[in-house]
Design a protein around this ligand. Structure first.
Ligand SMILES: [Zn+2]
Ligand SMILES: [Zn+2]
Length: 320
């Protein structure tokens, strides 16, 4: 665990990515303080929402065939009233960061489902990490006991893989490891339950409970036949919104992808039925699934379980 701007880069090291604090006046700082103290709680008004910044699995796929659903890898913004939670740091994190710096300073928790590339690679390009006024608590539950989140992310930003080390971050960052299955309380009134998923190198699913509502994020995970994984069932039970790994169809899975660590949109609906979920959102789209392919899945899934959605970049859902 490491905290505090004091441990961050010496003054002689230039920040090649962002310069956020060079021209700030006291007047701007007062406006920031007012925004966070007065406006943000009013604007959020106790709402429980999720916004999708990256919905794709494995690798970003920008291009003409993915403009409607989006090509960025996984990143979600969950608002529990005035408290901000970010899930995963895929390439979608960059755009979220560009928005957050307009409401700077920011103070939030960033939970990783796991640390495969598609879930972390946006972190070096996340503007709030370079703002000394940000406070970011980073969490992962799949690594112990032989690795830590700080070690993994430090390796991500290490020569010759990346030109500058992680200590160019100027935010106050803390790196926290928990064990999948732990219950976390990032703020009074917000409960985050976690559970181990079936994925190579392990992954954690999340269940956020706030103001009587339930949001569940279950990616990346592979089902075992038609059985519902007890951990998945526990996390999804009674959820208002379930976001689930629907990388493949049952047909694609049977033909080619057994053992790859992912699930199917048909299994997402089996989980939703078993767990009594209100709205299911199909997520972590296969990079090969074009907008037209996702339209077909959306129509078929809505026929099987009306109200099912296919996650799109930019989409905002009210959980409660
Ligand atoms: Zn993934
Ligand atoms: Zn993965």
């Amino acid at each position: 665990m490491r905290a505090g701007p004091g441990s961050f880069p010496p003054a002689h090291r230039p920040n090649p990515w962002f310069s956020l604090d060079n021209h700030r006046t006291r007047r701007q700082e007062c406006a920031d303080e007012w925004f966070v103290r007065e406006w943000l709680p009013l604007r959020s008004g106790g709402e429980f929402t999720v916004r999708f910044w990256g919905v794709r699995g494995s690798i970003p796929v920008p291009g003409a065939n993915t403009v409607r659903y989006g090509g960025n890898t996984t990143c979600l913004e969950v608002r529990c009233g005035s408290h901000l939670i970010v899930f995963d740091a895929g390439t979608g994190l960059r755009e979220l960061g560009r928005e957050l710096i307009t409401t700077s300073p920011v103070d939030f928790d960033l939970y990783f489902t796991h640390t495969h590339w598609d879930h972390i690679v946006g972190l070096p390009f996340f503007a709030p990490a370079y703002n000394p006024k940000s406070r970011i608590r980073l969490w992962a539950g799949h690594l112990g006991p032989n690795a830590t989140l700080e070690h993994v992310l430090t390796n991500l930003m290490m020569a010759p893989l990346f030109p500058v080390p992680i200590d160019v971050f100027r935010a106050s960052c803390s790196f926290n490891d928990y064990a999948c299955g732990d219950v976390l309380t990032p703020q009074p009134g917000v409960v985050v339950r976690t559970g181990a998923l079936n994925h190579p190198n392990r992954a954690c699913g999340y269940r956020v409970e706030y103001a009587g509502g339930v949001f569940a994020l279950i990616t990346d995970t592979e089902h075992r036949g038609d059985d519902i994984d007890p951990n998945v069932l526990e996390l999804a039970r009674g959820a208002d919104v379930l976001v689930y790994d629907a990388m493949y169809s049952d047909e694609e899975y049977a033909q080619r992808y057994k053992g790859w660590g992912h699930s199917t949109w048909q299994h997402a609906l089996r989980v939703a039925d078993a767990a009594g979920v209100r709205t299911t959102v199909l997520f972590h789209h296969d990079p090969a699934h074009t907008d037209d392919a996702l339209d077909r899945i959306a129509a078929e899934a809505d026929r099987v379980r009306p109200g099912t959605l296919v996650a799109r970049e930019g989409q905002i859902l009210t959980i409660r």
